[in-house]
Design a protein around this ligand. Sequence first.
Ligand SMILES: NC(=O)c1ccc[n+]([C@@H]2O[C@H](COP(=O)([O-])OP(=O)(O)OC[C@H]3O[C@@H](n4cnc5c(N)ncnc54)[C@H](OP(=O)(O)O)[C@@H]3O)[C@@H](O)[C@H]2O)c1
Length: 260
Amino acid sequence: MTPFDLTGRTAIVTGASRGIGLAVAKAIAAAGGNVVLTSRSQESADAAAAEVGGAALGVGAHAADEPSARRCLDATLERFGSIDILVNNAGTNPSYGPVIDQDHARFAKTFEVNLWAPILWTGLAARAWMGEHGGAVVNMASIGGLVYEPNLGLYNASKAALIHLTKQLALELSPRVRVNSVAPGVVRTTLAESLWKEHEGQLNSSIAAARIGEPADVGSAIAFLVSDAASWITGETFVIDGGQRLGDAALFRAEAAAHA
Ligand SMILES: NC(=O)c1ccc[n+]([C@@H]2O[C@H](COP(=O)([O-])OP(=O)(O)OC[C@H]3O[C@@H](n4cnc5c(N)ncnc54)[C@H](OP(=O)(O)O)[C@@H]3O)[C@@H](O)[C@H]2O)c1
């Protein structure tokens, strides 16, 4: 058994009917863990669980709805007997455009799903299991929470707050529970379609790794972070972006060639 092995551990992954969440569930299952996948619809959660296979369980639960969250934790304990891993992945971006053009409804939805839900689920998991038995939590931030971009200001602010919250929770829940966040760059999913679909070739050449991310790139990094191999990592933000945050790689290489 390697320190990457998750046999006997149980994970809840919120927002796992597709995209990054589904890839995280698959990566944890591949490492031997039991997985519970949530979606706003029971049908989608069931379909995703069937795609993962094995004993995977689907639960319909809006991430910001406390009774649904409690029901999901109860179902997890009943089915698998523990909640060792929580991946707060569900996220939304209804607020595209300049920050001063946003209204309260879009602000509330963004912060309710991207910030309140991780607080809610982490608190419930800590009280139901992790506080006594230990565990690992990963919050789904974004490199947007570390930089400034046009039209994504409110969404990015919610992710910046999540990065701060991760460090706060890492201290509040120490030493038994590790809490980290991941900050992906542009990943090929429905949520981020407007960021890559029309100009993927151009975007690829600007990234050091020469491609946008695939959901599985984030899944494997999270499977590592929740394993014992990462047992000395807490309160961190793990950037997974193929080098996107380093700046325009095509421009860098062109300038280097011009001066060679
Ligand atoms: N893709 C990127 O480039 C990128 C980069 C950085 C960070 N992220 C973050 O990664 C996370 C996953 O996004 P994604 O790109 O994988 O998007 P996606 O493919 O659109 O998937 C979003 C998932 O979240 C679920 N979901 C949405 N709202 C929910 C809610 N209120 N309650 C429960 N589940 C909900 C959706 O399920 P249902 O529709 O079935 O409910 C779906 O499974 C988000 O937190 C996002 O901010 C994405």
